[in-house]
Design a protein around this ligand. Structure first.
Ligand code: NAP
Length: 249
């Protein structure tokens, strides 16, 4: 039986992807920060494991306990939509700790096993904001762009070992907890200079208004991740969702 380890399975894309792999007959290690609140069904093929990807000891332990895995999906991530001037250095680091260093840490932990087995697939979930700049998203976009560049180089250096690395770029998906989680995190934002107020209100309003817009569903992201994992000929970068696909056209 094939096995996958997925980070950030408490909600959104991670939750949907865990469901999908289980339905396809894979063994799934679904990691999350609060396993007591999982929405995943009990299954002999499912291990629900507590993991905050910013905890290096936790990452090593969880990957070791997962044993041999065929695929890693680095999905856990946090959003942030705020002017750069209203984003403290601590908060910049907080976003990068999860979106960049957490992703790199989990990747580093699985590589020795994949390299030894000369097989494996790593899928890093970034974002379509890396394709089209969005105001107030400078820090978030910088973090996801770092992962794009990292993954593209990594794919080349893993090629000789038969290990693949891919990017999945979801568009805007208002149905996950992403926006709510970002707002909760942004409660810690430092004071934004008043000069930005009108512009922030305008951007936030436009962002919230999904009427008539193409956007992304969790199933689009799951399908893109699934394609990356099962199809050795799948492209390095896979847009997910109509809005992201349109940006790549
Ligand atoms: N929704 C969008 O519009 C959108 C668009 C493009 C890309 N993305 C990316 O897609 C991925 C999934 O987002 P989503 O939309 O499914 O949002 P979501 O519902 O908020 O899910 C994010 C997941 O990441 C987890 N997480 C956050 N920080 C973590 C940490 N330090 N350690 C471990 N887990 C952590 C969250 O866990 P908790 O429940 O514990 O917070 C949650 O399970 C993210 O990488 C996000 O950047 C989202």
């Amino acid at each position: 039986m094939k096995t996958v380890l997925i980070t950030g399975c408490s909600s959104g894309f991670g939750l949907e992807t865990a469901h999908h792999f289980l339905n396809q007959g894979w063994a799934v290690t679904a990691t999350m920060r609060k396993p007591d609140h999982t929405l995943l069904p009990a299954s002999d093929h499912l291990k629900i494991v507590e993991l905050d990807i910013t905890d290096p000891n936790g990452v090593s332990r969880v990957v070791q306990e997962a044993g041999s895995i065929n695929a890693l999906v680095n999905n856990a991530g946090v959003g942030w939509l705020n002017p750069f001037e209203g984003t403290s250095e601590d908060n910049v680091r907080r976003i990068f700790e999860t979106n960049v260093f957490g992703t790199l840490a989990v990747t580093r932990a699985v590589l020795p096993q994949m390299r030894a087995e000369k097989a494996g697939v790593i899928v890093n979930v970034t974002s379509s904001v890396t394709l089209k700049p969005l105001p107030l998203a400078s820090v978030y976009t910088a973090s996801k762009t770092a992962v794009n560049a990292f993954t593209e180089c990594l794919a080349l250096e893993l090629e000789p070992f038969g290990v693949r690395a891919h990017l999945v770029l979801p568009g805007q998906a208002p149905t996950t907890r992403f926006g709510q989680n970002a707002m909760a995190l942004m409660a810690q934002a430092k004071d934004t200079p008043d000069d930005y107020a009108a512009f922030v209100a305008q951007v936030m309003g436009a962002n919230r208004n999904t009427q008539g817009k193409k956007y992304t569903y969790a199933k689009d992201v799951t399908e893109a991740i699934w394609q990356a994992v099962i199809d050795p000929d799948s492209p390095m970068r896979i847009p997910a969702g109509k809005d992201s696909v349109a940006l790549c056209a």
